[in-house]
Design a binder for this molecule. Structure first.
Ligand code: ADP
Ligand code: MG
Length: 464
């Protein structure tokens, strides 16, 4: 046996993605799941093995044949994917989200005191003041009260201009005083041409290689089609035009390029055509979880299926949580089932204001945590609330939550402390988890990581 150092195929710091799961055979090995991303640390004496590190920082040996060099992630917008945690003591209604100042160009110029005022997404009629500070963006809700505008309910102003002038003079409780305003842009501008960025990162699919077949669903952005690419069935989201929807879908796609997990619907690539963009993802032959539950019902969906769906979804969400990505629209309709019956979370790139509008009629009120409805305080903990509702959907075989309460009254009841009862034959452990996820205090809700531990314990004891 030779002891000379053979250079492995991967240079240190190369990002690789797992083609197969690897459970490890010795304590020196680093187990990983299919599609997990790893970073190469160094080559070893054996060309078949390299030392690698996972996203949790654990290191160990991995077989090189199990992984391929990953395509790079595409960053169009660094803010949507990783919302910074902003804690503001003075104003409880400060929005926790930084989805404005989207473009890379603005990102680079995100100097302290740069600000803009826009209409509030979740409180139509109100305004939101967005202020850059220490490279983050803080959002302050401007409340319209007794014919006057206020942020802190201490200082009141007749017009926005007066309000802005006031905070230009003095921070008066804001993170910083206002310095320079950004003109409101009708459309987002990327400093990079999205098409070029996706192509350069290896995510572009040649239109000739993609065969389009039947329509399999209707999405927010347009039809979803069945397609065929490289000998496999794929799902294709086609955009009707290249306007706002295209920007939305490109942001979804750019977030998807950075996330890989067996319980997330996996992006395969994009096709750029003259006037439309096709988003190609893995095909989930059994459709959405809610349709699956409804069409099969309690005679065909077993306890084992239910706990598997719950665990799968929770595992995908635990991954998003570890990546500090907030979903915002978790519901059984946004979980898809593969041919093998694996549940995967989709639409996780859609954390955009355009999709979540209270007045749009599409806002998922019954799935949304009270603090998210009220103060736009979306977080992994508000996702956990939605996960509790999703569990309820699974165990009630796809019923619409709060069956007897009109939509307009749900928030009122929930804020008074009303919670749904356990669905028939729901295991007590699952109902306990639902109730924990519906804790009014978001900090008391479990993390997805904890919830997953509880659910997988139950899975072990659940017979078919
Ligand atoms: P949107 O959230 O934009 O409204 P979805 O992504 O939820 O659209 O897709 C709408 C419908 O299309 C889904 O309910 C599902 O029936 C079908 N669909 C979407 N993506 C896939 C996929 N990858 N595989 C199979 N069916 C899909
Ligand atoms: Mg959807």
């Amino acid at each position: 046996m030779s002891h000379t150092t053979v250079r492995g195929p991967f240079a240190p710091d190369t990002e690789v993605v797992a083609s197969y799961a690897f459970s490890g055979t010795s304590p020196e090995d680093l187990p990983f799941s299919k599609l997990e991303r790893l970073t190469i640390v160094r080559a070893t004496n054996d060309a078949n093995w390299v030392k690698a590190r996972n996203r949790d920082g654990m290191e160990g040996m991995i077989p090189t044949s199990y992984v391929t060099e990953s395509r790079k992630e595409v960053k169009l917008n660094t803010m949507a994917s990783k919302p910074p945690t902003v804690i503001n003591f003075k104003f409880p209604h400060v929005l926790n989200y930084s989805r404005l100042f989207h473009s890379e160009a603005t990102h680079r110029r995100r100097e302290d005191g740069l600000f803009l005022v826009r209409e509030s997404t979740n409180f139509p009629g109100d305004y939101t003041l967005c202020v850059c500070f220490e490279r983050k963006v803080e959002h302050y809700r401007v409340i319209y009260k007794d014919n006057k505008l206020t942020i802190d309910e201490e200082e009141f102003f007749d017009h926005l201009t007066k309000l802005v002038e006031h905070y230009e003079q003095d921070a008066d409780g804001l993170c910083t005083q206002l310095k320079r305003s950004v003109p409101k842009q009708g459309r987002r501008e990327y400093s990079v041409d999205p098409e070029k960025a996706f192509k350069a990162a290896g995510w572009s699919i040649n239109r000739q290689e993609l065969k389009l077949l039947d329509s399999i669903g209707k999405g927010e952005f347009g039809d979803v089609l069945l397609g065929e690419w490289q000998g496999q069935k794929v799902a294709v989201k086609r955009l009707k035009d290249s306007s706002r929807a295209a920007q939305g879908i490109l942001e979804e796609a750019s977030l998807m390029t950075s996330l890989k997990h067996n319980n997330l619907v996996n992006l395969l690539g994009l096709v750029f055509e003259d006037s439309c963009i096709l988003l190609v993802t893995e095909f989930m032959s059994k459709g959405s979880l809610v349709d699956y539950l409804r069409s099969r019902g309690r005679f065909h969906v077993s306890k084992r299926d239910q706990i598997n769906f719950a665990c799968d979804t929770c595992s995908g969400m635990a991954y998003l949580e570890s990546q500090k990505v907030v979903h915002r629209d978790l519901a059984a309709r946004n979980v898809l089932i593969s041919e093998e019956g694996v549940a995967k979370v989709c639409d996780f790139g859609l954390a955009h204001e355009m999709n979540l509008k209270l007045d749009g009629g599409k806002f998922p009120i019954k799935w949304t945590a009270p603090e998210a409805l009220r103060h736009s305080k979306f977080s992994n903990k508000s996702d956990m609330w939605s996960f509790g509702i999703l569990l309820w959907e699974i165990y009630s075989f796809g019923r619409v939550p709060y069956p007897r309460i009109p939509l307009a009254d749900v928030m009122k009841h929930v804020e008074k402390g009303y919670r749904m009862e356990a669905p028939d034959l729901c295991p007590p452990e699952v109902y306990q988890l639902m109730k924990d996820s519906w804790n009014e205090n978001c900090n008391r809700r479990p993390t997805f990581h904890e919830a997953y531990k509880r659910l997988s314990q139950l899975r072990q004891s659940t017979l078919a």
